[in-house]
Design a protein around this ligand. Sequence first.
Ligand code: 13P
Length: 335
Amino acid sequence: MKSKELTEIALALVAKDGGILAMDESIASCNKLFAKLNIPQTEEYRRAYRQLLITTPGLARFINGAILSDETIHQQTEDHIPFTEILSKAEILVGIKVDLGTIDLPGFPGEKITEGLDGLGERMANYYNMGARFAKWRAVITIGENIPSWGCIEANVHLLARYAAICQEYGIVPMVEPEVLMEGDHSIEKCREVTAKTLYALFNELYKQRVDLRGLILKPNMIVPGVDSPVQKDIETVADFTVNCLLESVPAAVPGITFLSGGQSGKLASQHLNAMHSNFGPLLPWKLSFSYGRALQYPAIEIWGGKKENTEAAQQALLHRASNNSAANRGDYSE
Ligand code: 13P
Protein backbone atom coordinates (compact mmCIF):
# COMPACT_ATOMS: atom_id res chain seq x y z
CA MET A 1 0.00 0.00 0.00
CA LYS A 2 1.33 3.37 -0.99
CA SER A 3 1.61 5.90 1.73
CA LYS A 4 -0.44 8.31 -0.39
CA GLU A 5 -3.44 5.99 -0.28
CA LEU A 6 -3.21 5.62 3.49
CA THR A 7 -3.09 9.39 3.81
CA GLU A 8 -6.16 9.73 1.61
CA ILE A 9 -8.12 7.34 3.83
CA ALA A 10 -6.94 9.12 6.99
CA LEU A 11 -7.96 12.49 5.55
CA ALA A 12 -11.33 11.11 4.44
CA LEU A 13 -12.01 10.06 8.05
CA VAL A 14 -11.79 13.68 9.19
CA ALA A 15 -13.17 15.41 6.08
CA LYS A 16 -16.13 17.81 5.84
CA ASP A 17 -16.42 18.48 9.59
CA GLY A 18 -17.40 14.84 10.01
CA GLY A 19 -16.26 12.38 12.63
CA ILE A 20 -16.31 8.72 13.54
CA LEU A 21 -18.96 6.62 15.22
CA ALA A 22 -17.39 4.14 17.67
CA MET A 23 -19.83 1.22 17.86
CA ASP A 24 -17.31 -1.53 18.52
CA GLU A 25 -18.21 -2.54 22.06
CA SER A 26 -17.20 -6.14 22.70
CA ILE A 27 -19.97 -8.70 23.17
CA ALA A 28 -19.40 -8.53 26.95
CA SER A 29 -19.53 -4.70 27.10
CA CYS A 30 -22.58 -4.54 24.86
CA ASN A 31 -24.37 -7.13 26.99
CA LYS A 32 -23.51 -5.20 30.15
CA LEU A 33 -25.04 -2.09 28.61
CA PHE A 34 -28.12 -4.00 27.49
CA ALA A 35 -28.57 -5.54 30.94
CA LYS A 36 -28.61 -2.06 32.51
CA LEU A 37 -31.39 -1.04 30.11
CA ASN A 38 -33.35 -4.32 30.39
CA ILE A 39 -32.63 -5.26 26.78
CA PRO A 40 -32.21 -9.01 26.14
CA GLN A 41 -28.51 -9.89 25.82
CA THR A 42 -28.61 -11.95 22.63
CA GLU A 43 -26.81 -11.85 19.31
CA GLU A 44 -30.06 -10.87 17.59
CA TYR A 45 -30.57 -7.81 19.82
CA ARG A 46 -26.96 -6.75 19.33
CA ARG A 47 -27.46 -7.11 15.57
CA ALA A 48 -30.73 -5.19 15.62
CA TYR A 49 -29.16 -2.36 17.59
CA ARG A 50 -26.19 -2.05 15.25
CA GLN A 51 -28.56 -2.17 12.26
CA LEU A 52 -30.46 0.74 13.78
CA LEU A 53 -27.25 2.77 14.10
CA ILE A 54 -25.88 2.22 10.60
CA THR A 55 -29.20 2.63 8.78
CA THR A 56 -29.89 6.04 10.33
CA PRO A 57 -31.03 8.21 7.41
CA GLY A 58 -28.60 11.08 6.76
CA LEU A 59 -25.87 9.71 9.06
CA ALA A 60 -23.19 10.16 6.39
CA ARG A 61 -23.63 13.94 6.49
CA PHE A 62 -21.82 13.93 9.84
CA ILE A 63 -20.12 10.54 10.13
CA ASN A 64 -17.20 9.54 7.88
CA GLY A 65 -16.37 6.20 9.47
CA ALA A 66 -17.84 3.60 11.81
CA ILE A 67 -15.77 1.27 14.00
CA LEU A 68 -17.24 -2.24 14.20
CA SER A 69 -16.38 -5.23 16.34
CA ASP A 70 -15.57 -8.66 14.89
CA GLU A 71 -19.13 -9.84 15.53
CA THR A 72 -20.68 -6.78 13.87
CA ILE A 73 -18.51 -6.76 10.73
CA HIS A 74 -19.87 -10.24 9.94
CA GLN A 75 -23.53 -9.26 10.43
CA GLN A 76 -26.31 -8.36 7.98
CA THR A 77 -29.57 -6.47 8.06
CA GLU A 78 -32.75 -8.48 8.55
CA ASP A 79 -33.16 -8.47 4.76
CA HIS A 80 -29.68 -9.96 4.36
CA ILE A 81 -27.62 -6.98 3.28
CA PRO A 82 -24.15 -7.13 4.84
CA PHE A 83 -23.50 -4.23 7.21
CA THR A 84 -20.29 -3.51 5.29
CA GLU A 85 -22.38 -2.96 2.14
CA ILE A 86 -24.80 -0.60 3.91
CA LEU A 87 -21.87 1.48 5.12
CA SER A 88 -20.00 1.49 1.80
CA LYS A 89 -23.13 2.55 -0.08
CA ALA A 90 -23.57 5.44 2.35
CA GLU A 91 -19.87 6.32 1.81
CA ILE A 92 -19.06 5.67 5.45
CA LEU A 93 -15.64 4.01 5.85
CA VAL A 94 -15.64 0.65 7.60
CA GLY A 95 -13.40 0.39 10.64
CA ILE A 96 -12.60 -2.66 12.74
CA LYS A 97 -11.51 -2.99 16.36
CA VAL A 98 -8.68 -5.51 16.29
CA ASP A 99 -7.38 -5.57 19.83
CA LEU A 100 -8.70 -8.34 22.06
CA GLY A 101 -9.20 -6.22 25.18
CA THR A 102 -7.07 -5.61 28.25
CA ILE A 103 -5.71 -7.86 31.00
CA ASP A 104 -3.79 -7.04 34.20
CA LEU A 105 -0.14 -6.32 33.44
CA PRO A 106 1.87 -8.94 35.34
CA GLY A 107 4.14 -7.34 37.96
CA PHE A 108 2.38 -3.97 37.75
CA PRO A 109 -0.53 -3.86 40.23
CA GLY A 110 -3.40 -1.70 39.01
CA GLU A 111 -2.12 -1.42 35.44
CA LYS A 112 -3.33 -2.96 32.17
CA ILE A 113 -1.91 -4.26 28.92
CA THR A 114 -3.80 -4.83 25.66
CA GLU A 115 -3.78 -8.21 23.93
CA GLY A 116 -4.21 -9.18 20.28
CA LEU A 117 -0.95 -8.94 18.31
CA ASP A 118 -0.53 -12.66 17.56
CA GLY A 119 -1.79 -13.56 14.09
CA LEU A 120 -2.82 -9.95 13.49
CA GLY A 121 -1.46 -9.83 9.93
CA GLU A 122 -3.71 -12.66 8.81
CA ARG A 123 -6.75 -11.14 10.51
CA MET A 124 -5.92 -7.79 8.91
CA ALA A 125 -5.86 -9.34 5.43
CA ASN A 126 -9.31 -10.87 6.05
CA TYR A 127 -10.75 -7.61 7.34
CA TYR A 128 -9.34 -5.75 4.34
CA ASN A 129 -11.07 -8.22 2.03
CA MET A 130 -14.29 -7.63 3.92
CA GLY A 131 -14.00 -3.90 3.23
CA ALA A 132 -12.31 -2.51 6.35
CA ARG A 133 -10.10 0.48 5.61
CA PHE A 134 -9.18 1.54 9.12
CA ALA A 135 -8.68 -0.20 12.45
CA LYS A 136 -8.57 0.56 16.14
CA TRP A 137 -6.39 -0.61 19.03
CA ARG A 138 -7.03 0.75 22.51
CA ALA A 139 -4.36 0.91 25.20
CA VAL A 140 -5.37 1.91 28.70
CA ILE A 141 -3.29 4.04 31.06
CA THR A 142 -4.53 4.40 34.62
CA ILE A 143 -3.68 7.30 36.94
CA GLY A 144 -3.35 6.39 40.63
CA GLU A 145 -0.88 6.30 43.49
CA ASN A 146 2.56 5.89 41.87
CA ILE A 147 1.02 4.90 38.54
CA PRO A 148 1.31 4.93 35.61
CA SER A 149 4.76 3.33 35.65
CA TRP A 150 7.21 3.70 32.78
CA GLY A 151 7.08 -0.07 32.37
CA CYS A 152 3.35 0.09 31.65
CA ILE A 153 3.57 3.08 29.30
CA GLU A 154 6.44 1.57 27.34
CA ALA A 155 4.83 -1.86 26.99
CA ASN A 156 1.57 -0.34 25.78
CA VAL A 157 3.04 2.12 23.28
CA HIS A 158 5.29 -0.61 21.88
CA LEU A 159 2.22 -2.72 21.13
CA LEU A 160 0.41 0.27 19.62
CA ALA A 161 3.35 0.90 17.30
CA ARG A 162 3.67 -2.77 16.26
CA TYR A 163 -0.08 -2.86 15.59
CA ALA A 164 0.13 0.36 13.55
CA ALA A 165 2.97 -1.02 11.41
CA ILE A 166 0.98 -4.20 10.69
CA CYS A 167 -2.12 -2.18 9.72
CA GLN A 168 -0.16 -0.08 7.23
CA GLU A 169 1.43 -3.20 5.75
CA TYR A 170 -2.08 -4.41 4.88
CA GLY A 171 -3.40 -1.09 3.54
CA ILE A 172 -5.40 -0.27 6.66
CA VAL A 173 -5.14 3.06 8.46
CA PRO A 174 -4.36 2.49 12.14
CA MET A 175 -6.34 4.45 14.66
CA VAL A 176 -3.94 4.62 17.58
CA GLU A 177 -5.72 4.98 20.93
CA PRO A 178 -3.72 5.49 24.12
CA GLU A 179 -6.54 6.24 26.57
CA VAL A 180 -5.58 7.90 29.84
CA LEU A 181 -8.61 7.06 31.96
CA MET A 182 -10.81 9.66 33.66
CA GLU A 183 -11.30 7.44 36.73
CA GLY A 184 -9.71 8.83 39.89
CA ASP A 185 -9.44 12.05 41.88
CA HIS A 186 -6.37 13.44 40.11
CA SER A 187 -6.03 17.04 38.94
CA ILE A 188 -6.21 18.30 35.35
CA GLU A 189 -2.47 19.03 35.60
CA LYS A 190 -1.80 15.36 36.40
CA CYS A 191 -3.88 14.26 33.40
CA ARG A 192 -1.89 16.59 31.19
CA GLU A 193 1.45 15.35 32.54
CA VAL A 194 0.55 11.68 32.05
CA THR A 195 -1.01 12.22 28.62
CA ALA A 196 2.00 14.20 27.37
CA LYS A 197 4.41 11.55 28.69
CA THR A 198 2.40 8.81 26.99
CA LEU A 199 2.23 10.69 23.68
CA TYR A 200 5.97 11.44 23.65
CA ALA A 201 6.67 7.75 24.26
CA LEU A 202 4.10 6.73 21.64
CA PHE A 203 5.50 8.90 18.83
CA ASN A 204 9.04 7.82 19.69
CA GLU A 205 7.93 4.19 19.36
CA LEU A 206 5.97 4.84 16.14
CA TYR A 207 9.17 6.34 14.71
CA LYS A 208 11.22 3.32 15.80
CA GLN A 209 8.72 0.90 14.24
CA ARG A 210 8.81 2.91 10.96
CA VAL A 211 5.15 3.81 11.02
CA ASP A 212 4.15 6.44 8.46
CA LEU A 213 2.72 9.29 10.54
CA ARG A 214 0.87 10.63 7.50
CA GLY A 215 -1.17 7.44 7.37
CA LEU A 216 -2.60 7.20 10.88
CA ILE A 217 -5.24 8.72 13.10
CA LEU A 218 -4.57 9.48 16.77
CA LYS A 219 -7.46 8.84 19.15
CA PRO A 220 -6.60 10.45 22.48
CA ASN A 221 -8.46 11.45 25.62
CA MET A 222 -9.15 15.10 26.31
CA ILE A 223 -7.25 16.66 29.21
CA VAL A 224 -9.75 16.68 32.08
CA PRO A 225 -9.55 16.30 35.87
CA GLY A 226 -10.39 12.85 37.29
CA VAL A 227 -14.13 12.27 37.66
CA ASP A 228 -13.74 12.25 41.46
CA SER A 229 -11.48 15.29 41.62
CA PRO A 230 -12.86 17.99 43.93
CA VAL A 231 -11.61 20.62 41.45
CA GLN A 232 -13.50 20.39 38.16
CA LYS A 233 -12.64 22.75 35.32
CA ASP A 234 -14.70 24.88 32.93
CA ILE A 235 -15.02 24.19 29.23
CA GLU A 236 -12.48 26.82 28.16
CA THR A 237 -9.83 25.42 30.51
CA VAL A 238 -10.29 21.85 29.25
CA ALA A 239 -10.04 23.09 25.65
CA ASP A 240 -6.93 25.10 26.48
CA PHE A 241 -5.14 22.24 28.31
CA THR A 242 -6.07 19.73 25.62
CA VAL A 243 -4.97 21.75 22.61
CA ASN A 244 -1.72 22.83 24.25
CA CYS A 245 -0.87 19.28 25.32
CA LEU A 246 -1.47 18.03 21.77
CA LEU A 247 0.46 20.91 20.16
CA GLU A 248 3.46 19.98 22.32
CA SER A 249 3.37 16.26 21.68
CA VAL A 250 1.76 15.37 18.32
CA PRO A 251 3.75 15.93 15.10
CA ALA A 252 2.07 18.06 12.43
CA ALA A 253 2.44 15.17 9.94
CA VAL A 254 -0.47 13.35 11.62
CA PRO A 255 -3.56 14.04 9.45
CA GLY A 256 -6.22 13.73 12.10
CA ILE A 257 -6.87 13.57 15.82
CA THR A 258 -10.26 12.18 16.84
CA PHE A 259 -11.15 12.21 20.52
CA LEU A 260 -12.75 9.46 22.56
CA SER A 261 -15.44 10.67 24.95
CA GLY A 262 -14.30 8.52 27.89
CA GLY A 263 -17.43 8.91 29.99
CA GLN A 264 -18.18 12.61 29.35
CA SER A 265 -21.83 13.35 28.64
CA GLY A 266 -22.79 13.90 25.01
CA LYS A 267 -23.31 17.58 25.57
CA LEU A 268 -20.04 18.17 27.41
CA ALA A 269 -18.05 16.25 24.79
CA SER A 270 -19.58 18.53 22.11
CA GLN A 271 -18.92 21.67 24.16
CA HIS A 272 -15.26 20.80 24.68
CA LEU A 273 -14.71 20.06 21.00
CA ASN A 274 -16.50 23.27 20.05
CA ALA A 275 -14.32 25.38 22.37
CA MET A 276 -11.15 23.88 20.87
CA HIS A 277 -12.29 24.89 17.39
CA SER A 278 -13.63 28.31 18.26
CA ASN A 279 -10.58 29.27 20.35
CA PHE A 280 -7.78 27.61 18.38
CA GLY A 281 -9.21 26.69 14.95
CA PRO A 282 -6.75 28.44 12.62
CA LEU A 283 -3.74 27.40 14.74
CA LEU A 284 -4.31 23.66 14.54
CA PRO A 285 -1.88 21.73 12.30
CA TRP A 286 -4.09 18.60 12.18
CA LYS A 287 -7.83 18.08 11.73
CA LEU A 288 -9.44 17.79 15.14
CA SER A 289 -12.62 15.74 15.37
CA PHE A 290 -14.53 13.11 17.32
CA SER A 291 -14.61 9.32 17.49
CA TYR A 292 -17.13 9.02 20.28
CA GLY A 293 -18.87 5.90 21.51
CA ARG A 294 -21.06 6.74 24.48
CA ALA A 295 -21.28 10.48 23.70
CA LEU A 296 -22.93 9.61 20.34
CA GLN A 297 -24.93 6.53 21.30
CA TYR A 298 -26.62 8.05 24.33
CA PRO A 299 -29.50 8.75 24.57
CA ALA A 300 -30.29 6.79 21.35
CA ILE A 301 -29.79 3.40 23.00
CA GLU A 302 -32.03 4.32 25.95
CA ILE A 303 -34.77 5.55 23.63
CA TRP A 304 -34.59 2.32 21.61
CA GLY A 305 -34.67 0.08 24.70
CA GLY A 306 -34.83 -3.03 22.50
CA LYS A 307 -38.20 -2.05 20.95
CA LYS A 308 -38.55 -1.90 17.20
CA GLU A 309 -41.24 0.81 17.36
CA ASN A 310 -38.68 3.19 18.91
CA THR A 311 -36.21 2.85 16.03
CA GLU A 312 -36.98 6.15 14.33
CA ALA A 313 -36.86 8.18 17.54
CA ALA A 314 -33.56 6.54 18.49
CA GLN A 315 -32.10 7.30 15.06
CA GLN A 316 -33.16 10.93 15.41
CA ALA A 317 -31.33 11.09 18.74
CA LEU A 318 -28.16 9.66 17.18
CA LEU A 319 -28.39 12.10 14.29
CA HIS A 320 -28.86 14.97 16.72
CA ARG A 321 -25.63 14.17 18.58
CA ALA A 322 -23.73 13.52 15.35
CA SER A 323 -24.85 16.83 13.81
CA ASN A 324 -23.98 18.71 17.01
CA ASN A 325 -20.45 17.33 16.97
CA SER A 326 -20.09 18.21 13.33
CA ALA A 327 -21.17 21.77 14.20
CA ALA A 328 -18.58 21.71 17.03
CA ASN A 329 -15.95 20.92 14.40
CA ARG A 330 -16.79 24.29 12.83
CA GLY A 331 -16.89 26.03 16.20
CA ASP A 332 -20.58 26.84 15.81
CA TYR A 333 -22.23 24.38 18.17
CA SER A 334 -24.99 25.58 20.45
CA GLU A 335 -27.71 23.55 22.14
P1 13P B 1 -16.15 6.40 24.32
O1 13P B 1 -16.32 7.62 23.46
O2 13P B 1 -17.43 5.89 24.90
O3 13P B 1 -15.06 6.58 25.33
O4 13P B 1 -15.69 5.23 23.35
C1 13P B 1 -14.79 5.48 22.36
C2 13P B 1 -13.96 4.31 22.11
O5 13P B 1 -13.86 3.85 21.00
C3 13P B 1 -13.23 3.71 23.24
O6 13P B 1 -12.31 2.76 22.81
